[in-house]
Design a protein around this ligand. Structure first.
Ligand SMILES: NC(=O)c1ccc[n+]([C@@H]2O[C@H](COP(=O)([O-])OP(=O)(O)OC[C@H]3O[C@@H](n4cnc5c(N)ncnc54)[C@H](OP(=O)(O)O)[C@@H]3O)[C@@H](O)[C@H]2O)c1
Length: 247
């Protein structure tokens, strides 16, 4: 059987953990070659080995997406190694501890924006020429925290950075339609990954209409759909994947 992403190359930022790792695995299972991007060398190398053991091809690149010079080098290396990029999953992100704004370290605010939205801009900008050539697609990972009607806790920086991801996605979708690059944005709800730290999953589950916290694979299936030919006429979509949590 021909796999969905045979002959495709996917770049996944924040691939060393959680949602990014699950998506990278899904892409490999469906036949794509995958460039794995993240900072943690041990987890990145381990995932590369695991995906190769599945019979797929993956290569880990240690890179901080918040560093524009490193991202430029990253894009050059990916072009040299793979020769093409068909799918970009802009997923790298952090959620630093929530604090009232007068107690929030300025560095936390800056780091949040530098990684969650500036990093997405650097990566997209550096890989756009390859996506133009392939008529590829971009999937940006925002969050229900960035959606207009959703306000929870004190995640000022995180929510604002994710709202920026949504608008960045809208703008690109509108402007790149004619260039045959599709751009969609996902808004996961509460997904059981490292980013939640030791927060009590049970308390979250009680607030989710479907009654449980999502798994990274729940998101990966939707990302794979958005990246596939089945979504060929979809662009500009902002899609909650949240078991109803944002309702
Ligand atoms: N889990 C949720 O409930 C949830 C809900 C909504 C949205 N999201 C979003 O989903 C995305 C993935 O998060 P996750 O839940 O899978 O959490 P995670 O397990 O903590 O994964 C975060 C990933 O981002 C990478 N990353 C962070 N800063 C980076 C940087 N400066 N440069 C390169 N990579 C960086 C991390 O890799 P390194 O540590 O190796 O750098 C890691 O691979 C994030 O954008 C997050 O905001 C998550």
């Amino acid at each position: 059987m021909i796999k969905k992403f045979a002959d495709k190359v996917a770049v996944v930022t924040g691939a060393t953990s959680g949602i990014g790792a699950a998506c990278a695995r899904k892409f490999v299972e469906e036949g794509a070659k995958v460039a794995l991007v993240g900072r943690n060398q041990d987890r990145g190398n381990k995932l590369e080995q695991d995906l190769k053991a599945l019979g797929g091809y993956a290569k880990f690149y240690g890179c901080d997406v918040a560093d524009p010079e490193k991202v430029k080098d990253l894009a050059e290396s990916i072009e040299q190694d793979f020769g093409q990029v068909d799918i970009l999953f802009n997923n790298a992100g952090v959620m630093l501890p929530s604090k009232e704004i007068e107690r929030m370290p300025i560095e936390d605010w800056q780091d949040t924006f530098n990684i969650n939205i500036n990093g997405m801009f650097y990566v997209t900008r550096s890989l756009k020429p390859l996506l133009l050539e392939s008529h590829g697609c971009i999937i940006n990972n925002a969050s229900i925290a960035g959606m207009q009607h959703y306000a929870a806790g004190r995640s000022y920086a995180y929510s604002a950075s994710k709202a920026a991801v949504i608008q960045f996605s809208h703008q690109m979708a509108k402007n790149y339609g004619e260039e045959h690059i599709r751009v969609n944005c996902i808004c996961p709800g509460i997904i059981d990954t490292r980013i939640l730290g030791d927060r009590d999953r049970k308390i979250y589950a009680e607030r989710i209409p479907m009654g449980y916290v999502g798994q990274p694979e729940d998101v990966a299936k939707v990302v794979a759909f958005l990246a596939s030919e089945d979504a060929a006429y979809l662009t500009g979509v902002v899609l909650p994947i949240d078991g109803g949590a944002s309702l």
